[in-house]
Design a protein around this ligand. Structure first.
Ligand code: T46
Length: 147
């Protein structure tokens, strides 16, 4: 029951408030529930990743997250089952909200880029969908050829 792309996939990016002190660098900040549309229960970060590596390859049933890259360049590829979009995290003040039911891949484009994530829930392995066909069924976007 694949629907037509009559709705556009909404990709929400945020700009962190950034305060630069002349010759002394920049402080960037975001606040839970103010700048990010949820309370934060967990922070994790992914580092020591060689350039060219792709991680992810899953979706979450419920989890909502903010992704940002304080150092480096990481391409985030999103797929809601109907449409795909890409966002390049290439600036420490740029954040990407990834809602639930989004298939995500993260491609490291620069050695040692760091991916930081603020999540609205504790870790729950049962919240992951790691099979793409199962994801398409979950969001009601099965390939009609396979029905
Ligand atoms: C996501 C993207 C952006 C834990 O034990 N606790 C945790 O909080 C997390 C996030 C992971 N883990 C364990 C589970 C695996 O054994 O760490 C290992 C690596 O996790 P995974 O292969 O899922 O990593 P990525 O980079 O593919 O995905 C991660 C998050 O898991 C995922 O929620 O949205 O970053």
């Amino acid at each position: 029951a694949r629907r037509k792309a009559d709705t556009t996939m909404i990709i929400q990016t945020i700009r962190m408030k950034s305060v630069t002190a002349e010759g002394m660098g920049t402080l960037s900040v975001f606040e839970a529930e103010h700048d990010v549309p949820f309370a934060i229960k967990r922070i994790y970060y992914i580092h020591n990743v060689p350039a060219g590596v792709q991680r992810g390859g899953h979706a979450h049933k419920k989890l909502r997250q903010l992704l940002w890259c304080p150092y480096g360049k990481i391409l985030i590829k999103l797929d809601d089952g109907f449409e795909k979009a890409e966002v390049l995290l290439d600036s420490p003040d740029k954040g990407l909200i990834v809602e639930s039911n989004m298939w995500r891949d993260m491609l490291w484009q620069q050695e040692n880029s760091v991916l930081c994530v603020a999540a609205d829930s504790f870790y729950d392995a049962d919240d992951y969908i790691r099979d793409y066909e199962a994801f398409l069924r979950h969001v009601g976007a099965e390939d009609p050829a396979k029905e």
